[in-house]
Design a binder for this molecule. Structure first.
Ligand code: PLP
Length: 399
């Protein structure tokens, strides 16, 4: 094993930054009062939550009472889909959801559940070969039963940024609610929920140097739908459960810090990302970049396919060199199925199996990129030399 550690999996999760940790620490053992209690000791906990709400709201150009803290991005996604569809069907307004083939499983598995268990109708839009949804496909899919469109802001595997502004404008014009899963995008892009006509938006703190286990759902005023967590009256009666005060404080602090550094961080990361992409494409023959080019993808994402090798094998070889990367989303790397996202982009099973994702972050340095560019070409060449798939590929090329 190498002594060096190069972490290039910031899309899976990020470390809690030192400033965020400092902000959180008092809320474990010093300021621990239950925010719902009446005595003044608890008011400090309540105030901390409201400060975090203001930090998140102001970063998104949202109102204070449009931010609801949840336990994760997954919960926010579940709440948006289940809550809206149940409310709309009960009100006789329709029962159809339109989403995409490339969503995170937090959306896809929720959509499948709604379809199979609750008999809602769900349409899954295809994407182009960069992973972008076409507005024409959305327009063609909408019917008078459509009550919710859910299209992710940016994809977690290939980093492609979706045309959220256009989708938002279209949905607003047609009186259809628009939800976007911005769990990845919110960590890298300046998002103005009002300008983009977003009705509902999911976020997660651990993708932006905040703690794991805390997320938020933005719900535009005055939209109302069914609760997901039933119990106490927390979050203005819409999301029960005693608040994760330290986590929420960490989320607020992380969001404020992120916003203050955003343009510089994004530009720095994009430069390193472009160096990594150019270096890999130049040094590894028949390497393919998956997803959109330049500004069409998140500034920290580089996703490749190397025909003739298994992504899982590359991950283990890279791990031996101290490099952390991924072959898909953190959850899907527990399964050996090829990524649904790469298949939706039109990749063959072989190409999808040979995929590797590097995602950069705040602490990525240029010599981390140089190190990957040094070690990866040799790893791919060695694995290809042992691969019957690669041999077949070369034979077919020379035919
Ligand atoms: N949505 C997207 C696009 C994600 O990338 C993730 C996590 O990887 C999630 C949702 C789930 O977020 P959480 O880990 O906070 O449940």
């Amino acid at each position: 094993m190498a002594d060096k550690k190069v972490y290039l999996d910031y899309t899976a999760t990020t470390p809690v930054s030192p400033e965020v940790l400092d902000a959180m620490l008092p809320y474990f053992s010093e300021i621990y009062g239950n925010p719902s209690s009446v005595y003044s000791f608890s008011q400090a906990s309540r105030a901390a939550i409201e400060k975090a709400r203001a930090q998140v709201a102001s970063a998104l150009n949202a109102e204070l009472n449009e931010i609801y803290f949840t336990s994760s991005g997954t919960e926010a996604d579940n709440w948006a889909l289940k809550g809206v569809l149940e409310r709309m069907r009960n009100a006789g307004k329709g029962d159809e959801l339109i989403t995409t083939q490339i969503e995170h499983h937090a959306i896809l598995h929720t959509a499948k559940y709604l379809e199979k268990i609750n008999n809602f109708k769900v349409k899954y839009l295809p994407v182009d070969d960069c992973g972008r949804v076409r507005l024409e496909d959305l327009k063609a899919a909408v019917t008078d039963r459509t009550v919710l469109v859910s299209v992710m802001f940016a994809n977690n595997e290939v980093g492609t940024i979706e045309p959220v502004g256009e989708i938002g404008a279209f949905c607003r014009e047609h009186n259809i609610l628009f939800h976007t899963d911005a769990v990845q995008a919110a960590a890298h892009l300046d998002i103005d929920v009002k300008a983009l006509n977003i009705d509902l938006m999911s976020m997660s703190a651990h993708k932006m140097y905040g703690p794991k286990g805390v997320g938020a759902l933005y719900i535009r005023n005055p939209i109302r739908f069914e609760n997901f967590m039933h119990g106490g009256a927390q979050e203005r009666g819409r999301r029960a459960s005693t608040e994760n005060i330290a986590g929420i404080v960490g989320f607020g602090a992380a969001m404020e810090i992120l916003k203050s550094r955003l343009p510089e961080d994004a530009a720095r990361m994009a430069k390193l990302r472009d160096k990594l992409i150019a270096g890999i494409l130049a040094r590894i023959p028949h390497a393919k970049l998956n997803g959109a080019e330049g500004n069409g993808r998140l500034p920290n994402n580089a996703n490749f396919s190397f025909i003739g090798v298994e992504g899982e094998t590359l991950l283990l070889d890279l791990d031996m060199k101290g490099i952390c990367a991924s072959t898909g989303s953190a959850c899907s790397s527990e399964s050996l199925d090829p990524s649904h996202v790469l298949l939706a982009l039109g990749l063959t099973h072989e190409m999808a199996h040979g995929s590797l994702r590097f995602t950069l972050g705040r602490y990525t340095a240029e010599d981390d990129i140089d190190y990957v560019l040094d070690v990866l070409p040799e790893i791919v060449a060695r694995r290809r030399a042992m691969s019957p798939l690669w041999e077949d590929y070369l034979k077919n090329l020379n035919k």
